[in-house]
Structures are given as structure tokens and as C-alpha cells.
Design a protein around this ligand. Structure first.
Ligand SMILES: Nc1ncnc2c1ncn2[C@@H]1O[C@H](COP(=O)(O)OP(=O)(O)OP(=O)(O)O)[C@@H](O)[C@H]1O
Length: 598
């Protein structure tokens, strides 16, 4: 992900008084509307007709940019949804000439492609959320299939010659007033996307691209988030396809083809894949420039290629990057109303965890070889062991990051063996990773919001502004414990020092109020004073939450300060467990484990 998000997403200036002010880059649709209203008057009807076509392509390009620029996966076959929208809308409009009832079928031209997109994305991403390249190839294959089907199924599509005689949009003339319909749709899609990107849903979309694993560890089903975004992008493409059918009066298999799919990608890259307005203008700019070059220059494709290379080379954020440099369209709006965050979704009341003969192997290497241990009830425990003993792997297999080969993991009486990270998190498990894991391009405040929303935010709420103003007493108490974070709420999380990033991830881990907290070396890289502070904070927060915590720690003095029982792992098994004094007196432990002091 590039460095767009902290600046472009709603930036919350949370002052010490609790007043929250948001910067809204909402002027862009207004500027677009003014430009589109002026266009027919400063040019002529023919130019407006041409621009309308490229605006239509631009709306579909906005869908590609949403997936690619925001969520980080690249759809290579978006023309499939464009073509489906065009054929379905064209068919419905033609049928409506005979029977007006067919008008009611028009929304299906948008909803069916969106539904298809949702199903495909669910199937692909549910299997593995790291399937971005496969996803691109699958969408590519689908558009090729769509092209073939459109060519072969001539009884419905008109085959190679296409579906012709599609009527105009009622009350408009395709060479004149239809421009206003298209312009209104372009402004509408740009406005709606802008709003969505400034809502919690948009923040989560960006978070998916930056650190999907972290999001899953909060309990967000990222495969569903991605599928929903893909469905939205297909809806845009299908809507554009429907507009295209009425604009051209004919739909041919080329509207579903691979070439158009690639053009969407190029237009998004040139315009700016992270900006709805940029993507729209990318299609208009390149499309119009191509048509002009085509008429005046035999090697016009070379010209388009040079433009593409120049923009990608000198403007990695596309044309939208220019607008950002000029700081176009920023103004402050009224503060978001602050309300207490709703309670987290109900979790099991008991705390119990049992590993039963858990085995994990990867690439022929045995990582866990029958690990068994259990814990009951709240309180702090430490996990120690020499390097490579399997401590992190024990956390990994429990949180869906390593596959379980044999054995069982039981959490609060439920078998969670092999469960995905987000399902385990929703059972009240919070995890902090060994290397602090945050959303680097988002501000500290936005990182905290995402953690606060975990277990509280439904799909509908994610589209409203209200969660942007959610407050929580725990959030304030945590910021009191780590005042340096409060001072840096507007900073990019990626720019924080190692110590502050450790603090931020710890705060984020406990904000969703987990019942079981897994902390992997929370003091790594901290100075002795910071280590002391972190341990006190862990004890305070875990005690306040009434949670159980497992802390992986190498430093025996830190283990002593944390207190509680100690589990000693060695070669993927539990060597022994007991109080620190018992552990230190155990000859077997002394033989394998040497703790170092900071
Ligand atoms: N995904 C993986 N693929 C292959 N080997 C792995 C994988 N994950 C862990 N291992 C190996 O499993 C062993 C245990 O690793 P793990 O990270 O769990 O140890 P650890 O006790 O946490 O060590 P440290 O204290 O150094 O973090 C190591 O030898 C490691 O190289």
C-alpha cells in the first residue's frame, strides 16, 4: 500500500478535551460536477458524447481502483461484469419495448453481476486470504469465458454481431441529453465512493491492504470484507455496462473481453488507483487522448504507451497525485458526535484453554511434537523456553496461522482446532505479535478505532459515521497508561519508534476486551525502564479485564516481575510447569534453558 491513507482517509484530530474533528476531502465531487456541467457549453455535443463514453468506462474503472488501490487485490477481468451489465440491461430494455413490465428487471442487470462477484470472491478468499494472484488469474479466466459465451450464445447475445437496437434512456437523446444522465451517474459514483472511503468501512478496506493478518486477529472476517468490496466494484462495472448499452445502442462480445479489462487497469494506474476521482479521470484522459491520437497519428498506440510509462514513472499515485500535491478539496466539517462504544458481542464467561497432544509440521520439519498444557481462570502466566522451542508456533496454531496436523485445541469447552484467526478472535482471544504489527499508513488514532470497533461493528454500522465518534473508558485509561501515544494520535503508526509501536499494539490488543490475551515478547526491544512500565501496564490491564494472559518472555527478571505460573517449552513439547522458583530449581530446565538478564 502506498502512503496515501493517513492523509486521505478521514483524519481525526482527537484533542485532550475529547473533541473530534475530521478533515473531509469532499470538494472533489463538487469540482467534478462543475467541470461536467461546463463541458458541453465550452465544447460541443460531439465532444460531450465522446466524453460520456469515457465517463462510463471511468465508472467501471473506479470499481477496479477500489479493489486494487484500496484493498490491494487486482481484478483482471472486470469487463465480465461490465459486459454482463450491458447485455442484461440491453435485453431488459429491448423486452420492455414490447412489455413495459420488463423495466422492473433492470435492477437485476446490476444485482446479478454483483452477486456473481460476491460468490466468486467468497469462494476464493475463504479458502486462503493470501490468494490475491490466484484471484487475479481467476477473474482473467472468467472474462475470457464470458467473451466466449457472448460469442457463442448468439440466440441471446446476437453472437459476433452483438445485441443491436437497444433503445435510448427514456426521454433522452443518446447524442445530446443522455450526456447529463451519464454525468450525473459519474458524479454520483464519485460522491458515494468518497463517502464510503471516509466511513469505517473505508478505513477497514485500507487496513485490509496494509495488514490483513492484524485485522483477522481482531476478529474481522477479511474474506467477507474483500468479497463485499469486490461486489461493490462489480456493481459499479455493471452499472457502467448498463449505461454503455443505452449510450451505444449495441453490445458486442468485446464489452466482455480481456482487452477492455486491461484497459480498466491501465486507466486506474494512470488516473490514480487509490482515488475514485483519479480513476474516473484516468479513463477520460487516456480514452479521449487515445481517440484524438488515433485520428491524427498512425502510431497512436505508441503515444498512449509513452503516456502510461511517464505517468507510472513520474506520478506513482497517478494523476490524482497531482491533485493531492495541490491539496485540492480539503475542508473541515463539524466534529463527529462522540458516543460511548456499544459493548463487545457476548463472549464465553469461563476462561479455559487446553492443548491436547498438538502436532504441527511444516515442510517436513516438526515444529510442535505433541504439545499438551492447560490453563483455567484469569491471571497472568508466562511461557518460556530456548529459541526454537515452539512458543510462537503454539500461539500460531491456536490463531489459525499454522495448520494443525494432529491433536486438539479446546477453548472455553469448544474445539477450535484449525479455526481461522478471526473465528478464534471472536471467541475473546486477543493476540499481540512478536514483531509489533500495526496499520503503518494509518494514524495512531485510526489504529485505535479499528481495535475499538472489533467485536462491536456490524456491516450497517460500518457504513455510518457514528463509530468514528465512539469513545470508551478503557481507551482513555490505556492512553493514560501510555501518554506518548496520546501525544502522537495524528502520527502515522509506521513512523512510531519501536517502543511506541509495542505500546500501540498492546493497547490495540486489549481494547476489544479479550478474555484470553496472548502476548508474544511484549518487552522485546524496550529499555529496562520501558520494560518495567510495560509489565506494570500488562498487570494492570489484564487484572482490570479479569482476563487470562499468556506472555512469551525470554528475560527471567521480566518473568519474575510478571508473576504467575510458568510453562517451559522445549522441542515443541511442554517440559514442565510451575512457579518460577520450582522451574528454576528443576534440573531438566536448567539443562535446556538459560535465561538472560536485560
Ligand atoms: N512456518 C514455518 N515453517 C517452517 N518452520 C517453522 C515455521 N514456523 C516455525 N518454524 C520452526 O519451528 C521452530 C519453532 O519456532 P518458534 O518461532 O515457534 O520458536 P520460539 O520458541 O518462539 O523461538 P523464539 O524464542 O526464537 O521466538 C523453529 O525451528 C522455527 O524455525
Amino acid at each position: 500500500m502506498d502512503s496515501l491513507d493517513a492523509a486521505e482517509l478521514p483524519r481525526k484530530a482527537a484533542s485532550r478535551t475529547g473533541v473530534r474533528k475530521w478533515r473531509m476531502p469532499a470538494l472533489e465531487p463538487v469540482l467534478l460536477a462543475i467541470a461536467l456541467v461546463a463541458l458541453p457549453f465550452v465544447t460541443n455535443d460531439f465532444v460531450a458524447y465522446q466524453i460520456a463514453l469515457f465517463l462510463i468506462y471511468g465508472i467501471a474503472t473506479q470499481g477496479v481502483a477500489l479493489c486494487w488501490g484500496r484493498l490491494g487485490f487486482l481484478p483482471l477481468g472486470h469487463a465480465l461484469f461490465f459486459g454482463l451489465g450491458a447485455y442484461l440491461a440491453g435485453g431488459a430494455l429491448k423486452a420492455a419495448q414490447q412489455q413495459p413490465g420488463w423495466w422492473l428487471a433492470l435492477p437485476l442487470a446490476l444485482l446479478l453481476p454483483a452477486g456473481l462477484a460476491f460468490i466468486v470472491a467468497r469462494l476464493v478468499f475463504a479458502r486462503s486470504h493470501r490468494s490475491g494472484p490466484f484471484f487475479s488469474l481467476i477473474t482473467l479466466a472468467m472474462t475470457m469465458l464470458g467473451f466466449l459465451a457472448a460469442q457463442q450464445w448468439s440466440a441471446v447475445t446476437g453472437g459476433f454481431n452483438g445485441m443491436a437496437d437497444i433503445p435510448e434512456f427514456p426521454g433522452t437523446d443518446r447524442y445530446g441529453t443522455y450526456y447529463w444522465v451519464v454525468a450525473a451517474c459519474a458524479v454520483g459514483s464519485t460522491t458515494l465512493l468518497g463517502i464510503a472511503l471516509r466511513r469505517p468501512l473505508g478505513l477497514l478496506w485500507s487496513a485490509v491492504a496494509q495488514n490483513e493478518d492484524r485485522l483477522q486477529l481482531f476478529g474481522y472476517a477479511t474474506d467477507r470484507i474483500k468479497a463485499f468490496a469486490f461486489a461493490c466494484s462489480a456493481l459499479l462495472a455493471a452499472g457502467a455496462g448498463a449505461l454503455f448499452a443505452m449510450h451505444q445502442g449495441i453490445v458486442t462480445p468485446l464489452t466482455m473481453g480481456f482487452v477492455l479489462s486491461t484497459e480498466f487497469v491501465i486507466w486506474a494506474a494512470v488516473g490514480g488507483k487509490a482515488s475514485p476521482l483519479g480513476a474516473l479521470l484516468g479513463a477520460v484522459f487516456v480514452g479521449y487522448a487515445s481517440s484524438e491520437l488515433r485520428d491524427h497519428f498512425a502510431y497512436w498506440e505508441v503515444g498512449v504507451g509513452v503516456i502510461f510509462i511517464a505517468v507510472v514513472r513520474f506520478l506513482p499515485e497517478g494523476l490524482a497525485g497531482l491533485g493531492r500535491r495541490l491539496n485540492l478539496g480539503r475542508f473541515d466539517t463539524s466534529p463527529v458526535t462522540t458516543t460511548p462504544a456499544p459493548p463487545v458481542a457476548s463472549q464465553a464467561r469461563d476462561i479455559g484453554l487446553a492443548f491436547e497432544e498438538v502436532e504441527v509440521s511444516q515442510g517436513g520439519v516438526r515444529i510442535l511434537g505433541g504439545l499438551s498444557f492447560s490453563l483455567e481462570g484469569p491471571g497472568l502466566r508466562c511461557v518460556i523456553g530456548p529459541n526454537g522451542a515452539g512458543k510462537t508456533s503454539a500461539f500460531n496454531v491456536m490463531t489459525g496461522r499454522l495448520p494443525l496436523r494432529a491433536g486438539r485445541i479446546v477453548l472455553d469447552g469448544a474445539d477450535v482446532s484449525g479455526a481461522s484467526a478471526w473465528r478464534v478472535a471472536r471467541r475473546g482471544v486477543g493476540r499481540k505479535l512478536q514483531i509489533p504489527s500495526v496499520f503503518p499508513e494509518l494514524s495512531v488514532s485510526q489504529n485505535l478505532d479499528i481495535a475499538l470497533w472489533a467485536g462491536r461493528l456490524g456491516l450497517l454500522a460500518s457504513m455510518t459515521r457514528a463509530p468514528l465518534g465512539w469513545t470508551s473508558a478503557l481507551r482513555n485509561e490505556l492512553l493514560d497508561l501510555f501518554p506518548a501515544l496520546r501525544e502522537q494520535l495524528d502520527q502515522r503508526a509506521g513512523s512510531l519508534s519501536q517502543g511506541h509501536r509495542q505500546a500501540l499494539e498492546f493497547v490495540m490488543t486489549v481494547l476489544p476486551q479479550p478474555r484470553l490475551v496472548l502476548l508474544d515478547e511484549p518487552c522485546a526491544g524496550l529499555s529496562p525502564a520501558e520494560t518495567h512500565h510495560m509489565i506494570e501496564a500488562i498487570k494492570t490491564v489484564v487484572g482490570k479485564l479479569g482476563a487470562a494472559a499468556l506472555v512469551i518472555e525470554h528475560d527471567i527478571s521480566a518473568v519474575a516481575a510478571i508473576g504467575g505460573d510458568v510453562y517451559v517449552l522445549h522441542q515443541g513439547r511442554l517440559l514442565t510447569q510451575g512457579t518460577l522458583a520450582q522451574i528454576q530449581a528443576d534440573p531438566a530446565v536448567r539443562a535446556v534453558y538459560a535465561g538472560a538478564r536485560k
